[in-house]
Design a protein. Structure first.
Length: 411
């Protein structure tokens, strides 16, 4: 009796786990550095302010201790107060006390004014010094941000490699570098997989197409075999389109590293020329003015955007008197943005169906199955290519039926 098969082994655990690194018992963390920095600044500012107030108070006391009057030849004279020398003694003493009080008040007012000026000056110096020191402490964050922005441009080979004290910012930068290294390995593996899949999937389909064309070229083949061959050839062609679309979609998800000047009007014109025969067969006419607009990008991928939009506009159109308008121009009010607009007549598209059109293999409800208009990847590819160029694509229902597709790209 055969033994029971062994249960499947558990999947291997990942070799990398984001564990907390062991930290020394003391290190110059940002909290300690900021505490020492701002505490020291407050202490220095307090010492300076106390010293200035002490000097001003000493000067005020010295000035206030001087008598505001003089006795000359038996008469009391003063530049501050008026003394009635012929007044009775009581009135004379009251006037003298009032003069001394007034002089003391004047010294205190002078002390207060100078102290306020000193406080304002120290505040300006403290804010300037604090701003400079905060910028120095937070400068590693700026370096991390700039590296992250460069990585957004699909340059995964960038690393921060932050130098400095072993604090939280250096720990963050090292973790970010480790994440970038893993992402680079993942994207490299994906590109390698796409290249291998491209070869492995295209080869058998090309062989099948060749065999079918050879059998169809045989004049002695029965009609049933010819019809079957045509059906299989159409199915094989659809599979080839699906494979090409999937591979292009996978490649266009990444940012475009090598960019060249591309005339968007020329790209749109080439797309119109390629779809013209299909449009004439369906009775659809082209119109629209295409102004020369130069953008930075990949010409082949940009042409694929225009071709997908134009082909969809032709295929999903009205049976009679249909038209497709293709225009290119600088976006009004935004001289750094170029726009490709493809408008067509066609069936009424509900607004809630717009987002679904950009999903892979998604069409309108009446076109989901049994359609010969494509494999459902055209708009997904167009959106991925637009994002890879730093642009975007927006679809809007046209009044009366059809769609307005706007592709915005940076100049």
């Amino acid at each position: 009796m055969a033994s029971a098969p062994a249960p499947p082994s558990a999947p291997p655990k990942p070799t990398w786990a984001p564990e907390e690194p062991v930290q020394p018992w003391f290190r110059p963390t940002i909290r300690i550095r900021l505490t020492l920095l701002y505490g020291g600044m407050f202490l220095i500012a307090g010492i300076l302010l106390l010293s200035i107030i002490y000097l001003l108070a000493a000067q005020a006391v010295q000035v206030g201790s001087e008598l505001p009057f003089k006795i000359v030849n038996g008469n009391v004279t003063s530049e501050v107060c008026n003394f009635p020398n012929t007044a009775p003694p009581a009135e004379f003493n009251a006037a003298m006390n009032s003069c001394v009080t007034e002089a003391r008040q004047h010294a205190l007012d002078e002390l207060l004014t100078r102290s306020l000026f000193a406080l304002v000056g120290l505040s300006v110096i403290a804010f300037a010094f604090g701003f400079a020191m905060a910028g120095r402490v937070l400068s590693p964050l700026g370096e991390i941000t700039r590296t992250a922005r460069r990585v957004v441009g699909s340059d995964l080979s960038r690393r921060i490699e932050l130098d400095g004290p072993d604090d939280e910012l250096k720990e963050l930068a090292d973790t970010f570098d480790e994440m970038l290294e893993r992402l680079e390995r993942a994207f490299t593996a994906q590109q390698r997989f796409v290249a291998n899949a491209s070869h492995e999937l295209r080869t058998p389909l090309a062989i099948n197409r060749t065999l079918l064309e050879v059998h169809l070229s045989d004049p002695g083949a029965p009609d049933e075999l010819r019809q079957l061959g045509k059906t299989l050839l159409a199915t094989n062609e659809r599979s080839e389109q699906l494979v090409e679309g999937l591979l292009l979609l996978a490649r266009s998800e990444n940012q475009i590293v090598e960019r060249k000047p591309v005339d968007l009007a020329e790209v749109a014109t080439r797309a119109v020329d390629q779809a013209r025969s299909e449009a004439e067969a369906k009775g659809v006419r082209f119109r629209g003015r295409r102004a020369p607009v130069v953008v930075q990008g990949n010409g082949v991928l940009l042409e694929r955007i225009a071709l997908n939009l134009v082909q969809n506009a032709v295929r999903y159109n009205v049976p009679e008197d249909g038209w497709v308008e293709v225009t290119t121009e600088i976006l009004p009010g935004h001289p750094d943005q170029a726009v490709l607009v493809v408008t067509n007549t066609g069936p009424v598209v509900p607004a809630y169906e717009i987002d679904n059109l950009f999903e892979p293999f998604r069409r309108l409800r009446e076109e989901r199955t049994g359609s010969d208009k494509g494999v459902g990847l055209g708009l997904s590819i167009a959106r991925s290519v637009a994002r890879a160029h730093g642009g975007r694509i927006i679809a809007e229902p046209r009044e009366g039926g059809g769609l307005v597709m706007r592709v915005t790209l940076p100049v």
